[in-house]
Design a protein around this ligand. Structure first.
Ligand code: SF4
Length: 241
């Protein structure tokens, strides 16, 4: 799949889409990229809201999920629930290196030895294998999730040269939950147990009231992102709210 898009093209697309509704943005992305449009999700609450919109436009979209081998059992059970109830066309992507091979190489707790290397083997490597199979990717990241995401726009050319479309970029956490309640959507059960952001079990902790949404991720380490989202070459953005 040829996914070479210039920064100027990404900026033009961003300007065109920024003020559209989530459904408008998805429709335009489907018209533009067809089968070349992918969606990647870790099944957090924003991902569910985006998925709910996407399925109204393209019910057979390939929804990629990276199975690191370290997920909460609740996450994998939730995936199966969505596959069953929403008929989601999940594509589960697994790392080349198995969990056993990783622990043999790095010890029983590789995230403590070198979390960046662990993320590289279990998340980034499988991502890199599939990411260039699509011309553009839908993502549920939002500006209010963390300081590292504060600059994301509706369309961005990320640090790997991949075109990312983020229809919820300007939504707040409150708006996302309001949508979930309004449409009575299912959501990850751990959200009700103090986990606003859910990744691998060893690297995800509950968050205290008033703490930032992603503050429970790698909370004992100076690490903020796993390497899936690189924002170095985003299209221009502006404040919307
Ligand atoms: S989030 Fe933790 S367990 Fe998961 S791949 Fe990264 S370092 Fe490893």
């Amino acid at each position: 799949m040829n996914n070479i898009v210039t920064i100027q093209q990404a900026e033009t697309l961003s300007d065109e889409l920024r003020d559209g509704s989530v459904l408008d943005i998805i429709r335009r992305a489907v018209e533009s990229f067809g089968e070349g449009l992918g969606f990647m999700t870790a099944l957090g609450y924003s991902g569910i809201v985006l998925l709910h919109h996407i399925l109204q436009v393209k019910p057979d979209i390939e929804a990629h999920f990276i199975d690191t081998g370290f997920h909460f059992p609740e996450t994998l059970a939730f995936l199966e629930r969505l596959r069953e109830e929403w008929k989601v066309n999940f594509v589960v992507v697994r790392p080349t290196m198995t969990r056993e091979e990783l622990t043999e190489r790095m010890g029983p707790e590789p995230w403590r030895v070198n979390a960046d290397l662990c993320c590289h083997h279990m998340k980034v490597e499988p991502l890199l294998r599939v990411i260039h199979d699509k011309a553009a990717w839908l993502s549920a990241i939002r500006r209010d999730q963390s300081a590292t995401r504060a600059g994301v726009d509706v369309v961005e050319l990320d640090g790997r040269g991949v075109l990312k479309i983020n229809p919820l970029a300007y939504w707040t956490s409150e708006q996302v939950w309001e949508y979930i309640r309004k449409h009575n959507l299912p959501y990850h059960p751990l959200h009700d147990e103090g986990f606003p952001s859910i990744g691998c079990l060893p690297c995800t902790a509950p968050v205290q009231p008033g703490e930032h949404e992603r503050s429970g991720r790698w909370n004992s380490m100076p690490k903020l992102e796993c390497g899936l989202h690189l924002h170095a070459r985003k299209a221009k953005s502006r404040s919307k709210h």
